[in-house]
Design a protein around this ligand. Structure first.
Ligand code: ADP
Length: 413
């Protein structure tokens, strides 16, 4: 029957319905011998079977727009939260039902299924999560010391169907550290300025009261006041430099700067300076060093600070060696070596922090502001270079700067 249906082009069910209509018509004819009634039964039956088949075809043609073979299935909630890099938990009736990898790494793999107050062991978090799920929406809260002691997190709690909560933790440790640095910087800068200012005001008062009459005392006091004013001036100049360099951080300097030439220039300026300590500056400039892509004024300041430090902290009278060469990779290297006391290893990573000094008294006595290496670091970063400090206590220090060459031009000497 299936084959006969196929041959006639009908579906199996339609063919059966037609056969039943024919049988019914024959039965009517046999029972009542009424030909019109048998014909009506036959035509009506076949028509009904064909209409039903047509309707079936139409139903088959209706395409469910939600079902698209090329479209991937909607991801499961567990997959969605797993793909989020920050810790996310789903809480239902006080228990953690889902926790993504970041949440498990922070709070422990055991938290799924646990009471949320045990999972996030923090009083402020427990209080927030204990509040009624349907209450007034509340802002994020800060959690200090979750994970490690110095970590800071911001906890957001969102609502989901059936009183479930979505807990999202955002790491604020970096932002907090940056804010702390800004606050410390302002406090340090104010302190550094206030100290010489207080000294100058004190001497002015003393000069006004009694000491002004004695010429020798007066000139001694005036010398101190001059030195303190110079100290303030150096500090203000360094602060201005630092903010200028930071403001230009993302503007790549592109002038071709001949560092050999610049080293000679800085060397002469430093040897002429009032505070030179009699050190010889031995410059060894490589034969074929390309110019660097740079900002001449900033590179000059970088050399002033590095050679200046080697003179300040080097052994008095001992030579300071400045080398310039091109390394195998084509980059330009400058190194400044002194024969001073050196720096203990634990201080080296912190030397480029603003106002960090190994020996504050020595730095101040030598006219240091504590900002020299921070400025160098920013200049090197702006030039897409690298700064290395190597030191041996009792032997001396070598600071090396690596800078990219400008184009492919080579200066022949
Ligand atoms: P400062 O104005 O104090 O010299 P810097 O930022 O230039 O500030 O340097 C920070 C600190 O690093 C200095 O106070 C000093 O303790 C140390 N330092 C820098 N250069 C040298 C060096 N060549 N030898 C020994 N210590 C150095």
């Amino acid at each position: 029957m299936a084959r006969a249906a196929a041959m006639l082009g009908f579906g199996h069910r339609t063919f059966t319905a037609i056969v039943i209509a024919i049988v019914a018509a024959v039965a009517v004819l046999l029972i009542s011998s009424d030909v019109p009634a048998a014909l009506i039964t036959l035509v009506g039956g076949i028509a009904a079977a064909l209409l039903a088949a047509g309707a079936g075809d139409e139903t088959a043609e209706v395409v469910d727009p939600r079902v698209d073979a090329t479209e991937p299935a909607v991801p499961e909630i567990a997959e969605v939260i797993e793909a989020i890099v920050e810790p996310v938990l789903i809480v239902n009736q006080g228990r953690v039902t889902h926790a993504n990898a970041a949440a498990r790494a922070l709070l422990g793999g055991h938290i799924v299924g646990e009471d949320v107050r045990l999972a996030i062991r923090h009083p402020a978090a427990a209080e927030r999560l204990a509040s009624a799920p349907g209450g007034v929406p509340q802002g994020p809260i800060d959690l200090v010391g979750l994970g490690t002691l110095d970590q800071r997190w911001q906890m957001h709690v969102g609502r989901a169907a059936g009183g479930q909560r979505i807990v999202h933790l955002i790491d604020q440790t970096g932002n907090y550290a940056a804010e702390r640095m800004r606050v410390d910087f302002v406090a340090n800068a104010s302190h550094e300025l206030r100290t010489p200012l207080a000294s100058i005001l004190g001497y002015i008062e003393t000069l006004e009261e009694e000491a002004g009459a004695d010429k020798a005392v007066r000139s001694r006091f005036l010398k101190i006041m001059f030195d303190e004013s110079r100290r303030m001036q150096r500090l203000v100049e360094d602060l201005i430099s630092l903010s200028r360099i930071e403001a230009e951080k993302y503007r790549l300097p592109d002038s071709a700067v001949d560092l050999g030439n610049l080293i000679d220039e800085v060397k002469t300026e430093l040897l002429d300076a009032r505070d030179s300590r009699g050190n010889e500056i031995a410059a060894d400039i490589g034969a074929e060093v390309p110019p660097v892509a740079g900002d001449r004024a900033q590179l000059s300041q970088m050399l002033h600070n590095l050679i200046g430090n080697a003179i300040k902290y080097g052994r008095p009278g001992a030579p300071v060696a400045v080398r310039l060469w091109r390394d195998q990779t084509g980059m330009v290297r400058i190194s400044v070596t002194d024969e001073g006391d050196g720096i203990a290893a634990e201080h080296i990573p912190r030397l480029t922090e603003r106002f960090y000094r190994v020996d504050a008294g020595r730095s101040r006595a030598a006219g240091g502001t504590g900002l020299g290496l921070a400025i160098v670091k920013h200049i090197v970063e702006r030039h897409r270079g690298r700064l290395d400090i190597a030191s041996t206590v009792g032997k001396g220090t070598t600071v090396t700067v690596l800078l990219p060459a400008h184009g492919t031009t080579v200066i022949k000497r």
